[in-house]
Design a protein around this ligand. Sequence first.
Ligand code: NAD
Length: 449
Amino acid sequence: MADRYQSLAHNPIGKFIVKNLGLPNPPVLERWSEGSPLVKGTVLIGAAPGSRLGKKLAATLKSSGITSVGVRADSKTYKGLVFDATGITDTAGLADLQQFFTPALRSLASSGRLVVIGTLPEQAGSETAAIAQRALEGFVRSAGKEVGGNGSTANLVYAGIGAEDALGSTLEFLLSPKSAFVDGQVIRLGLTELVDADPVADPAKPLAGKVALITGASRGLGEAMARTLHRDGAQIVGLDVPQLSAELEAVMAELGGTAIAEDITAPDAPKVIADAVKKAHGGVDIVVHNAGITRDKRLKNMKTENWNLVIDISVGAPQRITAELLERKLIRPGGRVIGISSIAGIAGNNGQTSYGTAKAGVIGFVNDLSKRVAKDGITVNAIAPGFIETDMVKTMPLGIREAGRRLSSLSQGGQPIDVAEAIAWYANPGSSAISGNVVRVCGQALIGA
Ligand code: NAD
């Protein structure tokens, strides 16, 4: 969907008006294209004294093909600033953040990246360390709001004890333009017993040999996910309602994928889907429960059938389908189950009680299932999109639509590719220590914060 305001703000007259009236000026976000380097520039690394990662950090970046340095030069600009804060053990130690970032921020390129790495507070070893580590969240959330004007972002990674070698896929994602719309987020590695990264044979096709089932794949975010996971080497099984089977088949034909025309709320859907993936590929590696709808009305005007439908599509059916796939052992070891929540499921939204309930249920699904399937090497995570330019947001009243776009650190909506790249990051074999996470792809929207 077109963002006319953003186009206007970038033409000469528009630029003049926006500047003089103090209106939001949405930056042009850099996005990754196939064949480009992951990071177009150098990353500056800093560390608090006594930090756990030590030389590992530079080595991890090097093996991802990312150039980094440990000493800042005044004349240089940096595409990323990464700070290992695992050594911070009390609040006085938080001064190390300021000492690293304050001078370095003057050398940050546009669409730059701030990444802080900490230790999961519950594993920090002492009360004072846990408090200081928790404080890192406030740092990245505020820093993200300060650097958004030039398309830059700030995010925090908590590396659980034992997950120090599993940071590669996450740093690649956060430092590259693949995370253009991921801002102010906290990513937790090693929340479950899974702390290792699985090897990636071919970084250009990290999902080679994997099969991905995506619901709601004929358009919008689901279609972008299908294209992106296919780009990364996966074979795609796309599902959508029978009414959209022509559109779905067209997308699947382009990707050499398999189409399933089925309503996920149908009583036989779990069996139909499990039979189809078994027949096509003998099983599945990545399951993305993307299908979702809104039937927004204030609670006092809510119709029971709409309430039930919204909740069953977003969270009831995904539970039944996952249970059937697990029961029949069709999700292979190293598998990924990925839900789609929403910022409305985190913060709630006026007129969206059914949707907010359904999407908070997706978070409950992640919390519960991630613990139960860790022993089988399967991860369970969700993405909570903010305002993303798809058909779904076309139905919003203009005022709410504009607020959704502008009230964020990046003052614009995201693109379907932004959500799809986050799904590809979860799906990457290198992300096997990431489970039980809900990460927003929202440009740090104020609604939903
Ligand atoms: P969309 O309406 O463009 O696509 C949703 C797809 O799901 C459609 O193809 C639809 O046919 C399919 N679907 C709906 N009900 C189904 C059913 N019963 N069985 C099978 N397929 C079904 O919407 P989108 O914007 O691409 O949204 C995708 C997901 O992202 C949804 O879960 C949505 O709630 C979530 N989301 C979107 C946004 C946004 O800003 N676009 C924000 C937050 C969350």
